[in-house]
Design a protein around this ligand. Structure first.
Ligand SMILES: Nc1nc2c(ncn2[C@@H]2O[C@H](COP(=O)(O)OP(=O)(O)OP(=O)(O)O)[C@@H](O)[C@H]2O)c(=O)[nH]1
Length: 281
């Protein structure tokens, strides 16, 4: 995952109701410019930039308009399967666009849980919730607290209010962060696959990307695992959620048959391993 420019692009999908500023965000990210008026066509953009020590080739899909009918939903689902990370966007001056985010997040959960990407076999794809148009102070309909709560309730990776019009740095940091979250998710996924014999190596929790130290990565992992268990609000009928699927049983573990005493010794060894990383079952 370290060298995206050579290996494969990092694919980001921008989702949100019509008029929230999706195209403005992408154009700002690619060209650093804010034009004001944009065409409403769905389009994929490519942009290579450095994130921490990685040279990342971003492929950004700017979806157009609202997605109301079934055909649009079908198209949206296949695009969701394509993406490695998501920017879920609303406008702080439009309550309707804020409410639309729940529906879109459920669509992401639904589409991603059916078939995980083989390039990024992660259980939790990164989704960053963005409240755009923070410059429209007097037209505000959604508070920052509401945004935080929505982020928490929907199990998004992070929340941020920004103004695409006013601040290029904030736009840049959205894409940096989503890449970092994907990288972290990927590491968690490796961890889950090898959870039956946890011998933490510095390779897994190492400093090689320079962006996170061991402690913060462990803390982040811990809180993300907790997040996986959090109940999510149900506002539509297509997404039954089974939190126990996430971590109660480790995937691909075959437990060899042991005598009672060996089994006892092995299980306390395993408990010790879990405690060593600060996760208690
Ligand atoms: N005040 C303000 N206006 C913004 C900001 N970002 C985008 N806009 C404006 O919002 C309008 C809609 O922006 P778009 O980028 O076309 O929105 P979109 O989400 O791509 O819309 P669709 O293509 O219809 O889905 C444009 O007039 C932008 O100039 C912002 O940060 N502040």
């Amino acid at each position: 995952m370290a060298q995206h420019s050579k290996a494969k692009p990092f694919k980001v999908m921008i989702l949100g109701q019509s008029g929230v500023g999706k195209t403005a965000l992408v154009v700002r990210f690619i060209t650093h410019r804010y034009i004001g008026e944009y065409t409403n066509l769905q389009k994929t953009y490519t942009h290579t930039k450095s994130v921490d020590s990685d040279n990342v080739r971003f492929e950004v899909l700017d979806t157009a308009g609202s997605h109301c009918n079934d055909l649009e939903k079908m198209g949206l689902r296949s695009h969701i399967k394509w993406a490695d990370g998501f920017v879920l966007m609303y406008s702080i001056s439009d309550l309707c666009s804020f409410n639309e985010c729940s529906r879109l997040k459920f669509l992401i959960n639904y589409s991603k849980r059916r078939k995980k990407s083989k390039d990024y076999p992660v259980d939790d794809v990164p989704v960053i919730l963005i409240g755009n148009k923070s410059d429209l102070t007097y037209d505000r309909m959604v508070s920052p607290d509401d945004g935080e709560k929505m982020c928490h309730d929907l199990g998004c990776s992070a929340f941020k209010e920004l103004s695409v019009r006013e601040n290029i740095d904030e736009v840049d940091s959205v894409f940096n962060d989503i890449y970092r979250y994907a990288k972290l998710s990927n590491k968690q996924s490796i961890l889950k696959r090898s959870i039956s014999d946890i011998h933490f190596s510095t390779d897994l929790f190492g400093h090689h990307d320079g962006s996170m130290d061991t402690m913060s990565l462990r803390n982040s992992l811990k809180s993300n695992i907790k997040k996986s268990f959090r109940g999510r609000a149900l506002t539509d009928d297509i997404l039954p959620f089974h939190p126990q699927e996430f971590f109660t049983t480790a995937p691909n573990i075959t437990i060899p048959h042991h005598s009672n005493s060996t089994r006892k010794a092995k299980s306390s060894e395993r408990r010790l391993s879990f405690s060593a990383m600060g996760i208690h079952f």
